[in-house]
Design a protein around this ligand. Structure first.
Ligand code: FE
Ligand code: FE
Ligand code: ZN
Length: 276
């Protein structure tokens, strides 16, 4: 069976998200670890976290995805920004140990004119200070659209980051279908070719999750504007091939489409049918 879910609001707590996911027909979901704009996380309620962990086991969820605030930048130009990103991510990882064995996804960063090479080096340095040998969470680098000075729009950049991380067994990749298409990888006409390239450059064993989004823009546009399933330039047929592909079909898929809950419920059901 397809593992699929959507992005949920964490405002009502951990267990509430697990129940919400079940109501939507999901068996995974994603949430922001804290307000993307602000930096402070609510006080963690260990009983609430433990209740979600129990629900995930009982109802056989696929791993869930905690998403770091997208405003964090491990490769910012100011040292204070880089340190803030490290501290926030380290704090998120400590908290996630209350729900063991899940994924922590983050945007690698924007080099803001320092160059890709410097960006890659800062990101790897950051990860080397954050990752712990005893953590149960796998950290996922998200494939990016390559907008502005984003690092991670090319598979090679992700590979270079991973190559410099000492605890690299704690690091995987989350493939965002909107981002890779916008980044110029032709998942519409040549999914096999893109996956072969991913395998050659990064290794398919690193691929742990998929953000399943259509794109408002054509391949190579470097824009990063998500569309609802079947309403964008990728289209339902190509997205169906993705959820059915033998090397992808067992992964957790997470919708980040511009929907309220009823739209997510429809798209989860749509993709479950499409995957059959
Ligand atoms: Fe993201
Ligand atoms: Fe994404
Ligand atoms: Zn995006």
């Amino acid at each position: 069976m397809l593992h699929i879910g959507c992005h949920l609001s964490s405002s009502k707590g951990f267990l509430a998200m697990g129940r919400q996911a079940l109501e939507l027909g999901a068996d995974t979901f994603q949430f922001f670890t804290r307000n993307p704009r602000g930096s402070r996380a609510k006080e963690l309620d260990p009983a609430d976290a433990a209740a979600l962990a129990a629900l995930l086991r009982e109802r056989r969820f696929a791993p869930i995805i905690a998403h770091a605030p997208y405003t964090l930048n491990l490769c910012g130009a100011e040292e204070a920004n880089r340190l803030f990103a490290r501290e926030t991510m380290a704090d998120d990882l400590r908290r996630l140990e209350h729900i063991p064995g899940q994924y922590y996804n983050f945007h690698p960063g924007s080099h803001v004119g320092q160059g890709t090479e410097a960006g890659v080096a800062y990101i790897a340095q950051g990860l080397n200070t954050i990752l712990r040998p005893d953590q149960s969470t796998t950290v996922l680098l998200e494939t990016m659209a390559g907008k502005g000075s984003e690092v991670g729009g090319r598979f090679e950049e992700l590979r270079e980051i991973i190559d410099r991380v000492a605890l690299d067994q704690k690091v995987g990749v989350c493939l965002d279908t909107c981002h890779v298409s916008d980044g110029g990888y032709d998942i519409i006409h040549d999914l096999d070719g893109v996956l072969t390239e991913f395998d050659r450059v990064i290794g398919l064993d690193r691929l742990k999750a998929v953000h399943l989004n259509d794109s408002k823009n054509p391949p190579g546009s470097r824009k990063d504007r998500h569309a609802c399933i079947g309403e964008g330039c990728i289209g339902l047929e190509a997205l169906t091939r993705i959820v059915r592909h033998p090397v992808l079909r067992k992964l957790p898929f997470c919708l980040e489409t511009p929907n309220e809950l009823p739209g997510y419920r429809r798209e989860i059901e749509l993709m479950r049918q499409a995957a059959k």
